[in-house]
Design a protein around this ligand. Structure first.
Ligand code: IFM
Length: 467
């Protein structure tokens, strides 16, 4: 580990996963269907028709996965709880077998000396809450409607009551941008909707759900509460006025619609120039919502992978009568002269430092301590003749991003933890099993796990830190 910069004492090194991406056991022990079951089973939406039915079979193999974490030496493991395992119909009845599963997982982690960090919502909404008949709304339910935020708070209270004494770190939502915009505007995530104002309603109801969940977690007396945002570093394609204005719209849609209400208790000043009448005509906000949304947090989770190069885009009509809320607000163009990961994502670690430093400048003391709750890369892994996966590109990516993170700490940003995405290769949403983010390879035919070179590298890094 020579030459690798040290991290402050007490810094948390971890690894992360999410329920639908690894658990499998989709119809076992009373789990209800989620919007991702429906989406992945709809022909043509996921590469190769892949689904999360089996995934990494973590539901049955979690002791083996915790053993891998123990061997890795991580301080903390971030996993997510599948809402449809706990409240299969989204409303009312609680499924004890779902709670038992997470209780066993948490005990296994604690026994291994690993601190559990639980995310309450990593996109697997119970299908029953999305289905229009359940919501009573002709336009569909899900995050379009406020009731879902209330159901989320009830589910949070149940989980916190059962696990709150053993799980110190809680994350309400993972990357709500994806839930709202990929899910309800661009249609590339479940539920696959392409709508205008309802996507902005989803933004607001996710924020309200976050606020209500913070209250539920506080009532249960848990140690730390936060939210995870995938904040973007948006760079202009050129210095033309049009591209610079597009960056403002991208910043608004990706970052400010979340950070302004959560950290500053106000709506983004640039929302009108970004969303036009989609937001000015909105009627989903209520008095008191901003106070609810901006309750103090113990940490802010940030997921960071890549910068986005933004150019102006012409306004398009998509569905008849419905302007999409966002993907016509700017366009993304390739970043020249940098390596791209298997996702086609630009590798530019300095932008990680820049994002964190800019956030600190923007919010000052209102910025809580930060945990990087995801960072990692999908690469074109191959199994060598020696049976190993020599994923040098991923090792380089991780080392360079940790170096960039260290630079942000040196510049005065209070970053207290880092979770690599991901412990295991897993179901990469609309890309199915085609993209591999794991530091442990999963052979999906045999479920054999093989730690890659990046796993061994990360293990040495953590071991060196612990002396
Ligand atoms: O796999 C996802 C994860 O579920 C959320 N953050 C980004 C990862 C890579 O795309």
């Amino acid at each position: 580990m020579s030459g690798f910069p040290g991290f402050p004492s007490g810094f948390v090194f971890g690894a992360a996963t999410a329920s639908y991406q690894i658990e499998g056991a989709a119809r076992e022990d009373g789990r209800g269907p989620s919007i991702w079951d429906t989406y992945s089973h709809t022909p043509g939406l996921v590469v190769n028709g892949d689904t999360g039915d089996v995934a990494c079979d973590h539901y049955h193999r979690y002791p083996e996965d915790v053993a891998l974490l123990r061997e890795l030496g991580v301080d903390s493991y971030r996993f997510s709880i599948a809402w449809p395992r706990i409240v299969p119909e989204g409303d009312g009845r609680v499924n004890p077998k779902g709670l038992d599963f997470y209780s066993r997982l948490v005990d296994e982690l604690l026994e291994a000396g690993i601190e559990p960090a639980a995310t309450l919502y990593h996109w697997d909404l119970p299908q029953a809450l999305e289905t229009p008949s359940n919501s009573g709304s002709a336009a569909g339910g899900g995050w379009r409607v406020r009731e879902t935020a209330e159901r989320f708070a009830e589910y949070t209270a149940v989980v916190a009551e059962h696990l709150g004494d053993r799980v110190p770190r809680w994350i309400t939502l993972n990357e709500p941008w994806c839930s709202a915009f990929l899910g309800y505007s661009i249609g590339r995530h479940a539920p696959g909707a392409k709508e205008g104002t309802p996507a902005l309603a989803a933004v607001h109801h996710l924020l309200v759900g976050h606020g209500l969940a913070v209250q539920a977690l506080r009532s249960a007396g848990v140690r730390e509460v936060g939210i995870t945002l995938n904040l973007d570093r948006n760079l202009p394609a050129t210095d033309s006025a049009a591209d610079l204005a597009a960056v403002v719209r991208a910043d608004t849609q990706h970052n400010l619609v979340w950070t302004e209400p959560i950290l500053a208790g106000r709506y983004a000043a640039t929302e009108e120039e970004t969303f036009g009448e989609l937001i000015t005509a909105a009627d989903f906000r209520r008095d008191g919502d901003l106070e609810l949304i901006s309750q103090p947090l113990d940490f802010l989770g940030i997921n960071y992978y890549r910068p986005i190069v933004v150019a102006d885009a012409p306004l398009r009509e998509t569905d008849p009568g419905k302007r999409v809320a966002t993907d016509n607000r700017y366009q993304e163009v390739p970043m020249p002269d940098v390596r791209k990961t298997a996702m086609g994502w630009a590798v530019a670690p300095d932008t990680f430092t820049d994002l964190l430093v800019a956030l600190k400048q923007q919010y000052g003391d209102a910025l809580p301590p930060i945990h990087i709750t995801e960072n990692g890369s999908a690469e074109h892994d191959t199994v060598s003749e020696d049976g190993a996966v020599h994923d040098t590109d991923r090792v380089d990516y991780l080392r360079d991003h940790l170096t960039a993170l260290r630079a942000a700490i040196d510049a005065g940003v209070d970053v207290q933890g880092y979770y690599v995405w991901s412990l295991l290769d897993n179901f990469e949403w609309a890309f199915g099993y085609d993209k591999r983010f794991g530091i442990v390879r999963v052979d999906y035919d045999t479920q054999v796990r093989t730690p890659k070179d990046s796993y061994h590298w990360y293990r040495s890094l953590i071991a060196a830190r612990h002396g």
